[in-house]
Write a protein that binds this ligand. Structure first.
Ligand SMILES: [Cu+2]
Length: 341
């Protein structure tokens, strides 16, 4: 009966149930309050209507009554607040080892790039049952990545990364909307999320051969000359980036910041702002010289260095190098200390 007119939107992610439950609770509490207020309104209007010979009496306040109607709502609001906070923090905290997808929004399309290198426009293929972390930025104005069936919406801002994550529970093709008015063709900024069975997804992944994003980033790192200062043997004029990502970094101005995606991004585009302690302000800005896609690739590369022990060949290079050459390279590395170049 309700096939073409569903009373409740479909759910297709692990967090959708939690969001719905909170929403239903809010609706029930609101409905109960409306019922209570309107019943009292009608009752009192009838009970204390104007009658002959009856005069209104002045009543002094009642402390127990006032305490009751203050404390009960306070408890209800605290429940809503705490419950909301739990749902919010769960939705904001991507699980470790999530599959990563970089999202670049622009008027009026979504560009998506998997960490494995696959690129898509207005379409995102993901496997069912796997955590997917979105690292998003905008090339122009504010957009918002909204997937109703996942109950997930996150603003996408120019000049920084915002994150979101989901774990799809049901294969299917679902709507992706931009939920922030972003110009004349905002309503056309739509796409789809294709959730596939793992085997199907593997087949899809292998159908579009392209190297991992971190390898593209490593190439760019060399082309832009980054590797001449950020040397892996620690002798460069810039900090060695191996093992840095995901750890606290001491800055020149005394602050300590976490080396996350936004930090790496800021260092590329505004190197003076968060300079590492003990290094000179000699790094030029790459603002305007690299595209958002290129920044994403560089971030993915620096991230891939997180697990690399200082002074070893990077995983990204090893993955690309044929076995014979790898052996050769590691021999060389052990002889003279390796460089990521
Ligand atoms: Cu938009």
């Amino acid at each position: 009966m309700f096939d073409n007119f569903p009373l409740w939107p479909q759910r297709a992610s692990t967090s959708a149930g939690g969001v719905d439950a909170l929403y239903i609770f809010l609706v029930i509490v609101s409905a109960m309050m409306i019922a209570l207020i309107f019943t009292a309104l009608v009752y009192f209007a009838a009970r204390y209507r104007k009658q002959k010979g009856v005069r209104a009496e002045q009543i002094e306040g009642s402390t127990p009554l006032e305490l009751t109607w203050s404390i009960i709502p306070l408890c209800v609001f605290m429940v809503i607040f705490l419950w909301g906070a739990v749902v919010y923090f769960k939705g904001r905290t991507p699980p470790r080892d999530s599959t990563e997808v970089y999202v670049v929004a622009k008027q009026w399309m979504w560009k998506l790039e998997h960490a494995e290198g696959q690129r898509e426009i207005n379409e995102l293929h993901v496997p069912v049952g796997r955590d997917v972390k979105l690292i998003m930025t905008s090339q122009d104005v504010i957009h918002s990545f909204y997937v109703p069936v996942f109950r997930m919406k996150q603003d996408v801002l120019p000049g920084r990364y915002t994150m979101a994550w989901f774990r799809a529970t049901k294969p299917g093709t679902y709507h992706l909307f931009c939920a922030e008015y972003c110009g004349t063709q905002h309503s056309g900024m739509i796409g789809s999320i294709v959730v596939m069975e793992p085997a199907q997804y593997e087949a899809w992944m292998s159908g579009t051969p392209s190297g991992p994003l971190s390898v593209a980033g490593e190439k760019m790192f060399a082309e832009l000359g980054c590797s001449t200062c950020h040397r892996s043997d620690g002798t460069g004029r810039g900090p060695n980036l191996q093992g840095v990502f995901g750890k606290p970094v001491a800055l020149d101005d005394g602050r300590t910041v976490m080396a996350d995606e936004n930090y790496v991004r800021d260092c590329i585009l505004d190197p003076g702002a968060k300079r590492v302690k003990g290094f000179q302000p000699i790094m030029p800005t790459f603002q305007g010289l690299v595209s958002e896609d290129q920044v994403n690739a560089l971030v993915a590369y620096v991230k891939s260095l997180a697990k690399v022990q200082p002074g070893t060949k990077t995983a990204a290079v090893a993955a690309q190098t044929p076995p014979a050459e790898t052996a050769n390279a590691s021999q060389k590395a052990s002889l003279k200390g390796s460089q990521v170049e």
